[in-house]
Design a binder for this molecule. Structure first.
Ligand code: GTQ
Length: 351
């Protein structure tokens, strides 16, 4: 029984004569009432997204093995997809809108140029010497850097270094695929020039003006160096000892809005020993440890996250993050579906 006493009182499919049901099926018709509660559950939505943990220690050797088993020419993108069993592994999604993949590029390899409708970002996990070229702009990849490859922009990955490079891909593929709008176009290798975005916008209050126009480009900054995001967190923590959630959001430096259309990206600093309860919000969320060790309590699941580990939380779920380091801060990268939820008008923060 619910507040109004109506919840359990709807007719079932079996209550209808077989002949009637068959005739509905023949005419591509379905009665709403037997499925109404599944479509519109009371107060809290149904969620296939399960709290899931992908330890890097288990993933890394398998990814390096993929480097031996599958040449880059046979993979195009050599990626192991972090799939949520709640959505079915073959559907390759973490949540309704988020795809996560761990990508390996070996020294000398190139992942060829293409562009696609889904939006992507890369969070660099390990290695030096690789770079992604986005729309002709060369973006070096170092641990913790966030690099955008928004919808429709040409991009390729290359590697001049000596050690394997690994990064986490975060895309809105499930959403774009669901919209029947997911496709790719292959292109020729790009002429690469250095990017200026991360230096031009490195200090919030001042921008170059002598030879620099206010940009009208939809994506004026492609690379968000970890050194800058980390410094912003450390200074925020020092400036605001009262603040529980020491968190920054990656924004478009011209508009102050989310960097991409559908997914939001943030970095969080947990103070030494801090136990932080996050607000219960509607969007699903991904956590990736950039530095440190963190316990994540997601609903009734608990994960001990080490450096480079990744986990996810469904929406409408209580999440606690505990820094296991008693003397050092820990740093966590967050990806969530909040821009999408705001856009479709379902964003909620239940506190
Ligand atoms: O690097 O362009 O994980 O196109 C999945 C699809 C990475 C990429 C993925 C892609 C890419």
């Amino acid at each position: 029984m619910n507040d109004h006493g109506r919840l359990d009182s709807l007719g079932r499919l079996e209550d209808l004569p077989q002949e009637y049901r068959d005739e509905l099926t023949r005419r591509n018709l379905v009665p709403l009432w037997p499925g109404l509660r599944a479509l519109l559950p009371p107060k809290v939505p149904g969620r296939a997204t399960q709290p899931t943990h992908w330890p890097y220690s288990g993933l890394r050797p398998l990814l390096l093995q993929a480097g031996e088993l599958t040449p880059i020419e046979k993979a195009e993108r050599r990626v192991l997809v972090l799939a949520n069993p709640g959505h079915g592994l073959e559907n390759m999604k973490v949540s309704p809108a988020i795809y996560l993949g761990m990508q390996l590029l070996l020294p000398g390899e190139t992942a060829p140029t293409h562009r696609h409708t889904p939006n992507a970002v890369r969070m660099v996990v390990e290695g030096k010497g690789a770079f992604t070229t986005v729309d002709g702009e060369k973006c070096p990849m170092e641990r913790g850097d966030l690099i955008l490859t928004p919808s429709g922009m040409w991009h390729e990955h290359a590697h001049d270094g000596t050690e394997p490079v690994i990064w986490l891909d975060v895309l809105d593929i499930p959403l774009v695929y669901y919209a029947e709008a997911s496709y790719v176009i292959e292109g020729p290798s790009q002429e690469a020039r250095p990017g200026h975005g991360e230096r031009a916008y490195a200090r919030g209050g001042v921008v170059p003006s002598a030879d620099f126009e206010r940009s009208t480009k939809p994506y004026p900054m492609m690379r968000y160096p970890w050194a800058d995001a980390r410094a912003a967190l450390v200074s925020l923590a020092a400036d605001r000892p009262d603040l529980d959630a020491v968190q920054v959001t990656y924004v478009n430096p011209e508009t102050g809005k989310d960097v991409e259309n559908n997914l939001g990206f943030h970095a969080l600093m947990l103070r030494p020993g801090q136990d932080l309860r996050l607000p219960v919000r509607s969007p699903s969320c991904v956590f990736h440890v950039i530095e440190g060790r963190v316990d994540a309590v997601i609903g009734s699941s608990e994960f001990a996250l080490d450096e480079a580990d990744t986990c996810c939380a469904p929406g409408y779920t209580e999440v606690r993050l505990r820094n296991r380091q008693k003397a050092e801060p820990s740093f966590v990268f967050l990806a969530d579906e909040s821009p999408l939820h705001r856009k479709i008008g379902v964003y909620e923060n239940r506190g």
